[in-house]
Design a protein around this ligand. Sequence first.
Ligand SMILES: N[C@@H](CCC(=O)N[C@@H](CS)C(=O)NCC(=O)O)C(=O)O
Length: 224
Amino acid sequence: MKLYYHPASTTSRIIMMFAAEEAIPLDYQLVDLMTGEHLKPEFQAINPSCLVPVLDDDGFVLAESGAIIRYLAGMVQSMAYPSDLKKRARVDEAMEWFYSNYYKDHGYGLVYPQLFPHHKRPTEEAHAGTIAWGKQRAQHWLGILDKNLIGPDRPFLCGDTITLADYVGAEMVAVGELVRCEYLNYPNVRRWLGRMKALPSWGKVHEVVEGFKASLKDQPFVSI
Ligand SMILES: N[C@@H](CCC(=O)N[C@@H](CS)C(=O)NCC(=O)O)C(=O)O
């Protein structure tokens, strides 16, 4: 199975972490987002949306990290995606919460506009307004994540054991560290993220993005 990916891509790292922790062998095929390789016709033929990750399982081509992680989990019958209908629905609920609510405001509102030129808004005022809005909305979601989705006692999002929702959520929260988010007002989020960072594969999967973070250390950022 081939995975088209980039190590600095949040959604690619969701799959990289899950595959590493579950020992799922993948043939990693780098798509260089930095040089625009994903915009070339060759990759557009693989994913018309020109986004990574994409899985190719012997000609079965699947985009969208949420679909890919569920497909891989099904393949290995992972405990991280329980077969019990209600338990699985809880995992899906948390995953959808991250994809539909959290990521659009935190990732696309606060983090990416501060990092990537193609996320820059057409005027300074519109740009600053986007980031201020993203920050405010992300704080709203972080409050819910801290108090309701995790809370003071729960080790993982859906209870005592890791699920697909933790892999998805941890990357979406950790990407804020690129703009120096520390989440000091969200102790349960910090504890949970610390637990995810302690997974054996975290260091290796995050090597490249840690280098990117180090290169940004002197830039001023709006953070949480
Ligand atoms: N909904 C997609 C989003 C994928 C996505 O946003 N990928 C980013 C990297 S994290 C990308 O390929 N960006 C290329 C670009 O912005 O031009 C998923 O979950 O897989």
